[in-house]
Design a protein around this ligand. Structure first.
Ligand code: PLP
Length: 381
């Protein structure tokens, strides 16, 4: 079986993780946590990095850190991972959904504007499968209405967005530097991985302090009494052992990005011209990172992701279907959310999209085998 994702770990990862163990620093105390926070924040051009246990925890902390709660609404795309909507629901706030742009799969800014109410407090754009959201209209909307922007960059390590493209001073900005608060995941299938892990980035000193407190059970600051808690915090601390992997991989981030680029180029070379397939797009204002090679089937091709995935599996190729919209999740429907809502583009993506093996450990030979399998199934081999 060719796995859909296999992480790429090197001797350097082993070396730094070993160093953490040898030094006895296996908890969240220890030098790698701060080194990873500082390094990642600086890579993204941000002032503060707050490392946590997962991307999901980072989203949860972001919502809490911004004091969102009952009576507040947060606008987000329906096509995303469940963690985004859960973070809002955990805080007692209300998720308000928006459909996606049918080409990039990212939140449609015009539709987001249409879902604004006097209760809207934040907007949560998600860079999908490595392609950046069109952020300028999101920022205009946020600025005009006093909204916080929670940028989910979990799938877009190293991706870039051209801000101000209609003006003279246009410039490329790295994803992770486009939100009031920006979050990352370092799960094993993400480009940089600590096994499990996540991070929040911000330039706001007060917010950073608050997030550090919330991450660590809101222990009172010294010299106040240690076991004096002034808020209901969480234990979302990343360990030094995990952070060691983050530090090692940040050293080779350029190589990680170029490996992903070659994977995507090889797929594109071998799969373009297939009438049934829609390959990933790249907008002129985006430098995507192709976190995964995400393909879709033409509406009239007759293929669903489910049928194609089982045909691939029969040929020894693992794949993963696209997200299922938040409005289609039984768990939210049972809570009385999103009743009767429908988002046609998201539904089409869910029905007819899947991603092919895309892990950093993938070889060129394996990609070729996957492409042969794809063409055989399509009957164009
Ligand atoms: C992976 C992912 C997350 C959640 O990260 P975990 O570390 O798995 O909790 C959040 N948002 C998006 C868009 C993701 O892809």
């Amino acid at each position: 079986m060719i796995p859909v994702n296999e992480p790429w770990l090197t001797e350097r990862d082993v070396e730094l993780a070993t160093e953490a163990v040898r030094a006895g620093w296996v908890s969240s105390a220890g030098p790698f946590v701060e080194a990873f926070e500082t390094g990642w924040a600086s890579y993204c051009g941000r002032k503060h990095g707050i490392a946590v246990t997962s991307g999901t925890a980072a989203l949860q902390l972001a919502v809490r850190g911004l004091d969102l709660g009952p009576d507040d609404e947060v606008i987000l795309p329906t096509f995303t991972i469940v963690s985004c909507a859960l973070a809002v629901v955990y805080a007692g706030a209300k998720p308000v959904l928006v459909d996606i742009d049918p080409r990039t799969g990212t939140i449609d800014p015009a539709e987001a504007a249409a879902r604004l109410t006097p209760k809207t407090r934040a907007i949560m754009p998600v860079h999908i499968y490595g392609h950046p959201v069109d952020m300028d209209p999101i920022h205009s909307l946020a600025d005009a209405n006093g909204l916080a922007v929670i940028e989910d960059s979990a799938e877009a390590h190293g991706a870039e967005y051209l801000t101000g493209r209609s003006e003279p001073g246009a410039r490329w900005v790295r994803c992770g530097n486009l939100g009031t608060l920006s979050i990352f995941s370092f799960y094993a299938n993400k480009m940089v991985t600590t096994g499990e892990g996540g991070m929040l980035l911000t330039d706001d000193d007060t917010l950073a302090d608050r997030l550090r407190g919330l991450r660590n059970l809101c222990f009172g600051a010294e010299p106040a009494r240690r076991f004096h808690h002034d808020d209901a915090g969480f234990n979302f601390r990343m360990t030094n052992l995990q952070a060691a992997l983050g530090v090692a991989q940040l050293e080779r981030i350029g190589e990680i990005l170029s490996r992903k680029r070659s994977i995507a180029e090889r797929y594109e070379d071998r799969l373009s011209g297939q009438p049934a397939l829609i390959l990933p797009v790249e907008k002129s204002w985006a430098r995507p990172v192709c976190w995964v090679y995400a393909i879709r089937f033409e509406e009239d091709s007759g293929w669903t992701a489910e049928a194609f995935a089982s045909a691939l599996k029969a040929k020894g190729v693992e794949s993963r279907p696209f997200f299922l919209g938040m409005h289609q999740q039984p768990m939210f429907q049972q809570r009385g959310l999103f009743a009767g809502e429908s988002y046609p583009f998201s539904e089409r993506w869910s029905l007819q999209g899947l991603y092919l093996p895309s892990g950093l450990a993938l070889t060129g030979r394996q990609i070729d085998d996957v492409c042969v399998a794809v063409r055989e199934i399509l009957g164009t081999a």
